[in-house]
Design a protein around this ligand. Structure first.
Ligand code: KIV
Ligand code: NA
Length: 247
């Protein structure tokens, strides 16, 4: 599973066989430049969803319910998810949280909305959690297992775990029948997810411990922009093969 927010990247990942594309609310950071995921809106998520859905032929497309679009009530969760599916065209939604959201997950599943649950470090709660911190250490592991089991019983089709110790992730995975997806949760989960700009090395600055950089797109893009500018200044672009003649 990889994130995608636009049609071309979605098409490339889909053609490469990536099984699940996540229209993550990480678009708040990676696309919009907001300093957290909290400000991103339903309308923004719908725009990204439409783009990803149009680029994907085979992948399951999952969209995050953004902060503020589902917490108030199961009814609010259903109406937001319906918008993401109807207007955005996605196949499933993801929401952050544990046992408290069991009624929300039940209502979504009853309405025909496939739900992926997201537990462990949940970025929409970063202020409540005191920042980007590993969750589920020590006694907290049992809480995560109970959360995951409750979400599975409520009908979640998969459980995503972010930034938790490998041993905790293994306990959760072993306690469930549905697949698990990890990010910063070790290798015991059924699948993995990464944010594509992290995975392809597009961002500046240091990446998180759990990121593996499979490419260095930042230097590729930056080198191309520099070469283009130099060509234009030197008059070597456009060349004859880029020009239109009279006839
Ligand atoms: O928004 C996102 O990209 C996510 C993944 C990192 C799990 O929720
Ligand atoms: Na997210």
């Amino acid at each position: 599973m990889l994130t995608a927010y636009d049609t071309m990247m979605a098409g490339i990942f889909d053609a490469a066989g990536i099984e699940v594309l996540l229209v993550g609310d990480s678009a708040a950071n990676t696309v919009m430049g907001y300093s957290s995921t909290l400000p991103i809106t339903m309308d923004e998520m719908i725009v990204f969803s439409k783009a990803v859905v149009s680029g994907a032929q085979h992948a399951l497309v999952v969209c995050d319910l953004p902060f503020g679009s589902y917490e108030v009530s199961p009814e609010q969760a259903v109406s937001s998810a319906v918008r993401l599916m109807k207007e955005g065209g996605v196949h499933a939604v993801k929401l952050e949280g544990g046992q408290f959201f069991v009624p929300h997950v039940r209502a979504l599943v009853a309405a025909g909305v496939p739900v992926m649950a997201h537990i462990g470090f949940t970025p929409q709660s970063e202020h409540a959690l005191g920042g980007y911190r590993v969750q589920g250490r020590g006694d907290a592991a049992a809480v995560l297992v109970a959360d995951a089991q409750a979400l599975e019983a409520a009908g979640a089709f998969a459980v995503l775990m972010e930034m938790i110790p490998t041993g905790t992730a293994r306990q959760v995975d072993e306690a469930l029948r549905v697949p698990t997806v990890g990010i910063g949760a070790g290798a015991a989960t059924t699948g993995q997810v990464l944010v594509w700009q992290d995975m392809l090395g597009l961002g500046s600055g240091k990446s998180a411990r759990f990121v593996k950089k499979y490419a260095d797109l930042r230097s590729v893009v930056s080198g191309a922009a520099t070469a283009y500018r130099e060509d234009v200044l030197a008059g070597t672009f456009p060349a004859a093969e880029h020009e239109f003649g009279d006839r």
